[in-house]
Design a protein. Sequence first.
Length: 90
Amino acid sequence: MPDRDDLQALLAHLGRVSGVGSPTVEKIVRETVEHFSETVEQFVARRHAELQAEDLKNEVIFTRIRDELRARRFAAPELSERQIRRLVYG
């Protein structure tokens, strides 16, 4: 996450270029960060509930979630120094 000064600069920039008020820009940025910060488990639970609310059956839901997972990026798990070292050196 960017530091507070960077975040304030981003919010000011987005407000200027979009013409949208500060509270709305802040909400959009917050929602965007939360959206892309979901874990796989959180995404699956959320999408399952959303698709169930559309009266879809699990067979259809699971296929759709599988396809969506392939196209989505997820927040990286917190790694220890040892885990990072193993990723670098094997």
